[in-house]
Design a protein around this ligand. Structure first.
Ligand code: GLY
Ligand code: MN
Ligand code: MN
Length: 453
């Protein structure tokens, strides 16, 4: 099933599961100490060795492919070259092995011919490999098999990433988890994903700084979209300008396929064809975010094509804004994103369902049919433990919406929120949400058109 089909069937939030294997490239790597701290935390959580495989560059072989690393591997290593693996060994109950390295990075041999095309790579025989990567040891990939077999004399349980039932795209996890099982036929092989999700859902200061960079570029792109918006433009032209802003501000790529939907298409949650001409009187949902240093922003604004909301568009917009503020008030440590009368989801739903009506006099709750938000990080729908309440240094989105195809009115407002010790902080605070402010920005841009518009 394609991502789009999954999104259609399960809604916006549940694309989280489908996106679990999206991969990343890091232009702005963090200091070695950050990755060492993450590895130390993971080692303290497990009772057996962990092996995680980086991507192999066969995940995407198209002519336009750029190598992006596997997320969990990158989170623990900061290493963004293909064909590597990582082995973590818990603090050993066996004193004999306590002086042996507990964190090993396995690298493929260097290939001079490939390097003519792709540039220099780090190899296992690079005398500075350990110092550069911050690992205790860097070994040839070919040694991993025997190292695992030796560890099986001490440990009965090993951890790796196990694939979901239906792995999307190239079967990376299926292939490597099968390799681990055949290498360790007598051992128990458990999934490391839950432990990784527990770690990844709490962001470090360095990660928050990278998310803020992605957000700042994406806020500037949203402002550019507001300023250029006119009836007669095509949806793809709005996205093109926004991508340019992202890349000029250092983003490596889009955090997800841009959504720019005008008129009826404002009601299509993950619309990404972008082929329609924007018409006078349309509302336009613009859900576009860049990825910076591997970290995603995810921002939506809904604006009137001609610069002025109609009374009905404004009425629906203000209900969504009220719901977003109700959700924002509920985002604090201890709260649940989903589940229970005090959840963030319930706060948004209750607001929508107690304000306004459709053309038939029905309440509007039925038109808010996706999740109120999700974690944000290396993946736009980031790894998290859905059972845990919100905690300081989680970063989530707040994105209620109302979609009424009969009226060609779709409104989503999406902001990125850091949970703090006291309550929360809007990382996207610089981007107006108030409809008067949006109209003002659009009117000013019309009064002073820039040459590139
Ligand atoms: N941009 C996808 C989402 O909002 O979840
Ligand atoms: Mn989102
Ligand atoms: Mn979004």
């Amino acid at each position: 099933m394609t991502l789009r089909k999954i999104a259609r069937r399960f809604g916006l939030l549940f694309l989280i599961l489908a996106c679990a294997s999206v991969f990343i490239q890091a232009r702005f790597r963090q200091p070695n100490a950050d990755y060492q701290e993450r590895r130390a935390k993971l080692r303290s959580m497990i009772n057996g060795p962990v092996v995680i495989f980086g991507y192999t560059s066969r995940q995407d072989t198209g002519e336009v492919a750029v190598f992006f690393q596997e997320e969990n591997f990158y989170y623990l290593t900061g290493h963004s070259e293909p064909d590597a693996a990582l082995l973590l060994i818990p603090d050993s109950p066996d004193a004999k092995s306590s002086t042996a390295p507990h964190e090993i990075l396995y690298l493929p041999p260097r290939n001079p011919n490939d390097e003519k095309w792709g540039g220099p790579r780090m190899g296992p025989d690079d005398p500075d490999a350990a110092a550069k990567t911050g690992f205790q040891a860097v070994e040839p990939f070919a040694s991993l098999h025997d190292d695992l077999v030796n560890l099986a004399k001490t440990y009965s349980t090993f951890y790796t990433e196990l694939p979901a039932k239906e792995e999307n795209g190239y079967p990376h996890l299926t292939i490597w988890s099968a390799w681990v099982r055949s290498t360790l036929p007598q051992s128990t092989i458990d999934d490391i994903a839950p432990a990784m999700a527990g770690l990844r859902q709490i962001k470090s200061p360095g990660e928050i700084a990278l998310i803020q960079k992605a957000v700042d570029a994406s806020v500037d792109a949203q402002l550019a979209a507001m300023r250029m918006m006119r009836p007669g433009l095509y949806e793809y032209q709005i996205a093109a300008r926004m991508k340019e802003v992202h890349e000029m501000e250092g983003c490596s790529r889009e955090a997800y396929a841009p959504i720019v939907g005008a008129g009826l298409y404002s009601t299509v949650l993950h619309y990404d064809d972008l082929k329609n001409e924007i018409k006078d009187g349309d509302l336009v949902v613009i859900d576009v975010g860049g990825e910076y240093g591997g970290y995603a922003a995810d921002i939506t604004r809904t604006i009137p094509a001609n610069g002025k909301f109609t009374a009905r568009q404004r009425e629906i917009y203000e209900i969504v804004l009220g719901a977003q503020n109700a959700a924002l008030a509920a985002i604090k440590p201890g709260a649940m994103l989903y589940g229970g009368p005090k959840s963030v989801q319930q706060a948004a739903y209750d607001y929508i369902n107690t304000h306004g009506h459709d053309l038939h006099g029905n309440t509007l709750g039925r038109y808010f049919f996706h999740g109120v938000g999700h974690h944000l990080g290396l993946n736009v729908h980031d790894a998290n433990d859905r059972t845990s309440p919100l905690q300081p240094n989680m970063v989530i989105t707040d994105e209620p919406g109302i979609y009424i195809p009969e009226e060609k009115i779709g409104v989503r407002i999406e902001d990125d929120v850091l949970v703090t010790a006291g309550s929360n902080q809007l990382l996207t605070a610089k981007l107006p949400r108030n409809p008067d402010e949006i109209e003002k920005i659009m009117a000013e841009a019309r009064a002073n058109p820039q040459p590139q518009q």
